[in-house]
Unconditional design. Structure first.
Length: 377
């Protein structure tokens, strides 16, 4: 079994669908920030932004308080607002849709490929209307989404791509990391993501103008950065903003996580391959493909006939399965934008996520798959 970090909890990994994975140095990094007495946005946050930009190979990254804030601010910085329509797969976490609503725009729900649970170029073209101003592909499970085949068509229609890469930090699209392909890309650094800050997110802007807009919006529309405001008797507010900055506490965690990311990248890929081998001969179960050679997997999803019954049996046996995600076009909050999506509705009745986090190894994978086989019988 692959070696695990000694400081991790002794809780049996298979009982949890996902959990944070810390390396030990995060505690001292947080203590240093706490001792400084400066907890808000500051020098540590900016170092984290610079480290992210260097890792991705991009000019700039804007750190924010959450992945949802990243999506909201990223859309606004890209020019999306009231009256606009954003094409988005229904098969995503509700935060994606809430971020669209927060801009004053409206979602246009689209189908996904049943093998990958990601939107395709054809899905996008079938969903476009005259009001469409953005497409928000969701990189489900960490899988990159390549819409280059329709970039020209989207450009002619003045439609922007804003990626929801909450699952996909570290994944590649071709030879470049997700976030370095010239699109507005939004990451989440929540507790169970590929890289965690405890809570947090980040936006990769396309231009200095977008970066400036995002930085002002995350700090209540104020122009001057915190250090400059502290030395002044005044400050200037130039537009709408949120309190959505990333604290130095969260950034300190992220800096340590980024240092160890190559280890996490390898462990997540190995864990995915363990599941692929173990599930190969399980009849009736379809593994949702994340393209592990290109991705850093964030979760392990399968499609299971009789999902609800299997789910309850697995839970009763203390196996931490989940259901990521109930389709959003069927949610009461988004009912006014409902449109029939038969593929997504079928997937929604079958999808189940298996325990997947770096504290696991081949033994735990074998136990989960054995329990799944038993539940199917």
């Amino acid at each position: 079994m692959r070696e695990r970090q000694a400081h991790q909890s002794a809780i049996e990994p298979a009982t949890q669908n996902a959990r944070p994975f810390l390396h030990g140095a995060e505690l001292e990094a947080v203590r240093t920030v706490l001792d400084s007495g400066q907890y808000g946005h500051g020098e540590v946050t900016e170092r984290f932004e610079q480290a992210l930009a260097a890792f991705l190979g991009v000019p700039d990254v804007v750190a924010v308080a959450s992945g949802t804030a990243a999506l909201h601010i990223g859309l606004v910085a890209a020019g999306i607002g009231p009256g606009d329509e954003v094409i988005v797969p229904s098969m995503t976490f509700c935060a994606t849709v809430q971020a669209i609503e927060a801009t004053g725009a409206r979602p246009r729900f689209a189908e996904v490929d049943p093998d990958t649970l990601c939107i395709t170029s054809q899905n996008v073209l079938e969903a476009i209307t005259p009001a469409t101003r953005a497409v928000m592909p969701v990189l489900y499970g960490g899988r990159p989404v390549d819409l280059t085949a329709i970039h020209g068509e989207l450009a002619i229609r003045n439609i922007t791509i804003v990626e929801d890469a909450a699952h996909a930090f570290g994944s590649f699209c071709g030879s470049r990391r997700v976030g370095a392909t010239g699109l507005v890309t939004c990451f989440s650094f929540g507790p169970i993501k590929n890289l965690t800050c405890g809570q947090g997110g980040a936006i990769v802007p396309r231009s200095l103008e977008e970066a400036t807009h995002a930085r002002r919006m995350r700090l209540l529309g104020m122009v001057e950065p915190p250090a400059e405001r502290a030395r002044s008797t005044s400050y200037r507010v130039e537009g709408f903003g949120l309190r959505a900055q990333m604290s130095q506490i969260n950034a300190a965690i992220g800096l340590v996580q980024l240092e160890y990311f190559p280890t996490m990248e390898a462990q997540r890929k190995d864990l995915w391959r363990d599941y692929t081998r173990a599930l190969k001969n399980v009849d009736g179960v379809a593994l949702v493909d994340v393209d592990v050679e290109q991705s850093v997997p964030s979760l392990c999803a399968v499609r299971v006939p009789g999902r609800d019954r299997v789910f309850e049996i697995m839970r009763s046996r203390d196996i931490g399965v989940g259901a990521h995600y109930p389709p959003n076009h069927l949610q009461p909050a988004f009912s006014r934008w409902h449109r029939p999506l038969p593929v997504t509705e079928q997937i929604g009745s079958e999808i189940m996520t298996l325990p997947f986090h770096p504290a696991m190894g081949p033994h735990e994978v074998s136990a989960v798959v054995s329990a799944l086989e038993g539940a199917l019988r």
